[in-house]
Write a new protein. Structure first.
Length: 331
């Protein structure tokens, strides 16, 4: 009887040691621990058990089910916060507060997230303002570029992909007088290819003092119609131009007046870069002549390069010189 009484007393003491409400910690190894979570740290929790407190590392824990609802809400909220899903995190922190209005941990968490979101919002606003300021600065620089080009040479250009297209030609300007047209492409300044260059680099190369010279090469498509042409006693099919394969490439030597080549705008010393889409770089002169005289299409499509010399007109004003000196190098 004495032994039975002792056993009952031990069991009673053990049951009394267990908390009335318990949290369940589910471990990744399949086990679980039942107790009260008394502290939570960045990498571990402290669990109170009847036999004492134990530490469990966070990377060993699969989930924690708290006995009280607010802690379950806090757990869900913290997981969403870790994933940076701040709206859901705030939602669950608020649910925890609804369950326990004076839960300081939830209030602090909401304040912490709102502070973070406010900082992000302020940073975004700052970046947008910097971007707007930069765009305005670039626009002013572009307008200065355009003012320089238009006053000095009489044309504007824009970057299209990696190339530069003539977008505007002022009437009676050096560019207009040299025969440059809208939609021509700028390919060389002196002997330097400008493809892949920066906009400001091309501008600097083009502009200079009044009366100075600059040689540029423009590229355009010319579409003469192949016709029967009489030349003395001979009649032949062609466009009315003599060609030669020079060191620079397939070169127009002469153009017959009022014949298709002349009417289409082809000039002596033009380089024919392609005939109907076929590059002429390695094309024999005989094949080039056959293409022009015996083609199946009536209208020929010639891609030509033409070198022109421009005499710079209106001198740069001191203000424009100042703007020019201030061009950013890599815009």
């Amino acid at each position: 009887m004495r032994m039975v009484s002792t056993y009952l007393i031990v069991c009673f003491l053990f049951l009394a040691a267990l908390p009335a409400f318990s949290d369940v910690v589910y471990l990744k190894n399949g086990g679980r621990q039942i107790g009260i979570v008394v502290d939570k740290y960045a990498d571990r929790i402290v669990l109170s058990l009847p036999e004492g407190e134990v530490e469990i590392l966070s990377d060993q824990i699969n989930n924690i089910i708290y006995d009280d609802p607010e802690n379950n809400y806090m757990l869900l909220a913290s997981k969403y916060e870790e994933r940076k899903d701040y709206q859901r995190a705030i939602r669950y922190y608020n649910l925890a507060l609804e369950t326990k209005p004076n839960l300081r941990e939830a209030k602090d968490a909401i304040s912490r997230i709102n502070d973070l979101l406010d900082k992000k919002k302020a940073r975004k606003k700052e970046l947008l303002e910097k971007l707007r300021t930069k765009k305005e600065k670039l626009q002013k620089i572009k307008e200065s570029h355009e003012a320089i080009l238009k006053s000095n040479l009489g044309f504007l250009f824009e970057k299209t992909g990696d190339s530069f297209r003539i977008s505007e030609v002022a009437p009676n300007s050096p560019a207009d007088n040299a025969g440059i047209k809208e939609n021509d492409y700028l390919v060389l300044i002196w002997d330097k290819a400008v493809k892949f260059s920066h906009y400001d680099e091309v501008t600097k190369m083009l502009t200079g003092p009044k009366g100075s010279k600059v040689d540029i090469t423009i590229q355009r498509n010319i579409k003469p119609e192949r016709k029967e042409i009489k030349w003395g006693s001979r009649t032949f099919s062609g466009i009315g131009a003599s060609l030669s394969m020079e060191e620079a490439g397939l070169t127009v030597i002469s153009v017959m007046s009022k014949k298709p080549a002349d009417l289409a705008g082809l000039k002596a010393l033009d380089l024919i870069i392609a005939i109907n889409g076929q590059p002429t770089r390695y094309m024999p002169i005989e094949k080039a002549i056959r293409e022009l005289s015996n083609a199946t299409t009536k209208t020929m499509d010639l891609l030509i390069n033409r070198r022109v010399q421009l005499i710079r007109g209106v001198d740069l004003t001191p203000e424009l010189e100042q703007e020019k000196a201030a061009y950013p190098k890599n815009e």
